[in-house]
Design a protein around this ligand. Structure first.
Ligand code: AMP
Length: 442
């Protein structure tokens, strides 16, 4: 199968070959001919499968003839996060180099003025997050009745983030005479029910999630003490042959704590989470993409759908609370046939045991245990957790002390945090005290 078999125009085939794409991915091969035919799509595909091009490429050809009127976009792509929307826009720009199509990106954190000016000129493609689009809509700055193609991308993430009512409101203002392309990483019953409201007689297309096919990923599970997670992570960062890595945490506050901890230990790292301003999110992502910072500490929402090429390692600092996020997280590595490694740190308490079980059920196989990893009894882990909580309290007390009397406890750093205790788990992590130069901040 080659791109020229799919019915795309010469201009697009040229742009595709200039980008170096040799053959369509399965989702592209399956969906492009149907989109060109004008059919609705109900597609299950994750990022990393080439899903974005599977709708952007045929859209460019469909929209090639015709002109947009002021404030009346001809097509609309809804994406759950700013980063994902920006990424779709980047894709459009790359593919449409030989076309004269106009595009506007409506995302939070960018001034309304520029976005309004773009809308006023008339746009062929409008890419937006639901909230920002509704803001413009309510101010009367955009009219949606001319939208002929609607894309709803990452519908399951829209659902997780509570955006479905906004999407329903937006769709209720569109003409019924439109083509709808609905994509979700998974097609659960709930997502199918939601999708059915938007599409008509869709072609259902489902491609295997990258994790299910990516035999290039080596995944390992490490049971460790709660209070030793950072130390274990540092050990892995030092002993693994890392090119660049994404470190996932479940909570935003843990991202900040881990970031300062890694920096204190002279690692170069940046953070990415939903509470950061748009400009600092984009700056962090750029630093990571251009290699200035080889480590990115991220939350699921912020990282979902990001196109980060060739990540050598993924670390789950926490077992994800949603098993599907495990697939998304580790799908950041081992892309396009490259080798990748994924490590998951888990604490042997009931919560993590349940979460690990859910992940293993979803992927249909146990995650290989890291050699030499400690396996603790529940009692021990619970004791650790309890003592950590106790220490957290004393850390707070100590913080107060530090601020008030400036007398830091010898075992605490300048932030009043407990210094990591020496590794006593009896494995090889402790031997790796050398930080490779490019991971080092100073
Ligand atoms: P996506 O799943 O849309 O996020 O795409 C994942 C990555 O694959 C992006 O970096 C795309 O530029 C790239 N890509 C998409 N389609 C192809 C293709 N047919 N050949 C090679 N790379 C591709």
């Amino acid at each position: 199968m080659s791109f020229s078999d799919l019915g795309l125009s010469e201009e697009l085939l040229q742009a595709i070959s200039e980008l170096g794409y040799e053959a369509p991915t399965p989702i592209q091969a399956e969906s492009i001919p149907y989109v060109l035919m004008g059919r609705d799509i109900l597609g299950s595909a994750q990022t990393g499968t080439g899903k974005t091009a599977s709708f952007t490429l045929p859209m460019i050809d469909i929209l090639a003839n015709g002109r947009a009127k002021a404030r009346m976009p001809r097509s609309l792509i809804l994406a759950p996060t700013r980063e994902l929307a920006a990424q779709v826009a980047e894709n459009f720009e790359k593919f449409a180099t030989h076309h004269k199509l106009s595009m506007a990106l409506l995302i939070g954190g960018v001034s309304f003025g520029d976005q309004e000016a773009a809308l006023d000129k008339g746009v062929d493609v409008l890419i937006a997050t639901p909230g920002r689009l509704l803001d413009h809509f309510e101010r009367g700055k955009v009219l949606l009745q001319d939208v002929k193609i609607l894309v709803i991308d990452e519908a399951d993430r829209m659902l997780d983030m509570g955006f479905i009512p906004d999407v329903e409101r937006i769709v209720s203002t569109l003409s019924k005479m439109r083509q709808t392309l609905f994509f979700s990483a998974t097609l659960s019953d709930e997502i199918k029910t939601i999708g059915a409201k938007f599409v008509m007689n869709p072609k259902v297309i489902s491609v295997a999630p990258p994790a299910a096919t990516a035999s290039t990923i080596t995944a390992k599970l490490i049971w460790t003490h709660f209070k030793k997670k950072r130390e274990v992570l540092r050990g892995l960062l030092q002993s693994e042959d890392i090119n660049n890595a994404v470190i996932f945490c479940n909570r935003k506050r843990d991202i900040s704590t881990l970031l300062s901890s890694l920096k204190r230990h002279n690692f170069k790292a940046v953070a990415l989470h939903g509470d950061m301003t748009q400009s600092s999110r984009l700056a962090a992502l750029e630093e990571f993409k251009n290699g200035e910072s080889p480590l990115l500490i991220a939350s699921d929402v912020a990282a979902r759908g990001l196109d980060i090429p060739s990540v050598s390692h993924v670390f789950n600092f926490d077992v994800p609370s949603n098993a599907e996020d495990y697939v998304h997280r580790i799908g950041r590595t081992g892309r396009a046939g490259r080798e990748g490694k994924a490590f998951t740190l888990a604490v042997p308490n009931d919560d993590d045991k349940k979460l690990v079980k859910a992940v293993e059920e979803l992927i249909g196989a146990p995650i290989a245990l890291m050699e030499n990893a400690i396996t603790d009894s529940d009692e021990q882990a619970n004791a650790d957790n309890a003592s950590t909580k106790q220490k957290d309290k004393s850390v707070k007390a100590s913080n107060d002390d530090v601020h008030q009397s400036k007398k830091a406890n010898a075992k605490r750093n300048e932030h009043g945090e407990l210094r990591p205790v020496a590794w006593t788990g009896g494995n090889s992590f402790k031997d790796a005290d050398h930080i490779p130069a490019f991971l080092r901040s100073a």
